[in-house]
Design a protein around this ligand. Sequence first.
Ligand code: FAD
Ligand code: UDP
Length: 378
Amino acid sequence: MTEPRERQTREGGQNFDYLIVGAGFAGSVLAERLANAGKRVLIVDRRPHIAGNAYDCYDDAGVLIHPYGPHIFHTNSKDVFDYLSQFTEWRPYQHRVLASVDGQLLPIPINLDTVNRLYGLNLTAFQVEDFFASVAEKVEAVRTSEDVVVGKVGRDLYNKFFRGYTRKQWGLDPSELDASVTARVPTRTNRDDRYFADTYQAMPLHGYTRMFQNMLASPNISVMLNTDYRDIVDVIPHGHLIYTGPVDAFFGYCYGKLPYRSLEFKHETHDTEQLLPVGTVNYPNDYAYTRVSEFKHITGQRHHRTSVVYEFPRAEGDPYYPVPRPENAELYKRYEALARERENVTFVGRLATYRYYNMDQVVAQSLATFRKLQGEKE
Ligand code: FAD
Ligand code: UDP
């Protein structure tokens, strides 16, 4: 990698204040903010489309699908929700997930109904608290993804709902993963069966791609697709570089590869209006896939056919998930130190900062990065 050069003028060449690598949430939010502040921006993505992993499109049957797996928007941040609301209207949507366990489809996150139906009990919300307390294991310090779950709901529920799913999804036992991974899924003593409890839960009314098109509509933004930035970085004059791809790739894997977990998506269309009772069904203990999701639940589209996606975890392939565990955090720190030395480059997003971020967290990180870039200018 050569250092991005100072802005220079070339006959017939274009001057861009910023070259942004990646047109997902991280890159597109920064492109929009910078263009809005009067900067000229070139955003490149090696994929044939904008929107990164949030990309959606119509499949051959005319059903709106998410090719990179189901993306449900949820946030507690009014700032993030208000910011995105400039580019889309919303359709309120609260995601529900059932887990296939012991021959039943049971609510996950584990709640009062999960426990009653699994064990044939009739506990109240108060009684289920005592139940959890009676089965929970004593964990001195919660460090791993196993600790989180067995410390709250005990070994049996852990084995039935978390152990198999996590081993499939990550290729690791929960005891080998940071607590933060399974801590994403809460435990409830009431009957709330929503997957998320955030203040704002909604889907872009006309889809994510349309929202991204609106974000990138400024005449100050040029979009270049099917392009690896390495093929143009030395050719197209630009000022600052913003990089949202994998951080280890940027530095030529000089300290070795950062582990990312990948997925293979199997998409299917069925000649029926509805296949699943809810948006997603998880399979913690059966099959090679972790979950199946039906898009029409999520998008609200009406159609006489329906499309679903199965997620098969993979060690190789596109980098989708940073793998939260101590040795990976250590390795990332070494790359982060290199990144800090690059004054002409800003690293932002899930892959460039090696963080298991949801979409709203990436938007918040990008808005903060914009404020920092502006601050540095002043
Ligand atoms: P990305 O969307 O990955 O964008 C990075 C872009 O950089 C990519 O388009 C890539 O092609 C491009 N790029 C990389 N290297 C280069 C290069 N050398 N040259 C040019 N371009 C390059 N979040 C939620 O909030 N809710 C959900 O329900 C949800 N579901 C998810 C389901 C799955 C299966 C996965 C994998 C993620 C899910 N997420 C969800 C997380 C969400 O996808 C991310 O938070 C978000 O997309 C990250 O945005 P980003 O811009 O950081 O990265
Ligand atoms: N998880 C599990 N069983 C489930 C759901 C989740 O064991 O039924 C664990 C698993 O390790 C998963 C993590 O909790 O990777 C986070 O789940 P989430 O649904 O947030 O994963 P994502 O949507 O990010 O893939």
